[in-house]
Design a protein around this ligand. Sequence first.
Ligand code: DX5
Ligand code: ZN
Length: 219
Amino acid sequence: MKKIQISPSILSADFSQLGKEIKRLEESGADLIHVDVMDGHFVPNITIGPPVIKTLRKYTNLPFDVHLMISPVHKYIKNFADAGSDIITIHPEATENLVDSIKLIKHLKKKVGVSLNPDTEIDIIEKYLGEIDLILIMSVYPGFGGQKFIPKIIEKIKKIYQIKKKNDLTFDIEVDGGINFSNSKEVISAGANILVSGTTIFKENNGNIKKNIETLRSM
Ligand code: DX5
Ligand code: ZN
C-alpha cells in the first residue's frame, strides 16, 4: 500500500498571501500543493492561471498538483507546464482528444492526471489507465471549496482500486472534495492514496494546519 499523501488545496488559502500560505503548508508537512485552476466556463468559478503559478513556484519545492478545471484545455497545457506545474490533471470532457492531451503532458515531462466528475463513469478513461500517473476522483461537483462529500463516490473509489490491482497498474488515486476527519478513513480504506483538502486543512482546529494534515494522514 502506498504512503498516504496530503495535497492541500490553496483554493481555501488567503489569496492575498498565497506565497506565505504555500510556505506554511510545506512547513506543516504537506506532500503536494493542490492548485485549483478554474475558468468560469468549465466550472462556474474563476481562480488563477499560469502567471500566478509562475510567481508561486519560488516559494516551495513541493510538487504543484495542478487541477485544470478549464475548457478547452489542450491549448493551455504548455503554459501550465512552463509555469512550473509538476502534475497536470485534466477533465476528459474538456479536451477534443484525450490521447493527444495525455501525450502532450508526457512530452512536456510532467505527470499526467485525469479527473472524473461525480457523474462521469470510469469506462470513458479505462483504456487509458496504463498511460496516466494519477486519477483524480471528484467527490464534489467541481467549482467551489467547502462542499459536502458525495457518499456514492466511495463505491467508485473501490471500483477504480480493483481495476488498478487487477491490471497491476501503478497510478495514484487522489480524491478531491469535502474530505474531512469523519470520511478520510473510509476514503483511504476504499483505495485512495492522495487526499485533497482545502476547508478541513485551513479551517479545523482554529486553522492549525500541521495538526489537520497529520490528522488526515493518520486516519
Ligand atoms: C473543487 C476543487 C477542490 C476543492 C476542495 O472544485 O477541485 O480541490 O478546492 O476543497 P474542500 O476540501 O474545501 O472541499
Ligand atoms: Zn481540485
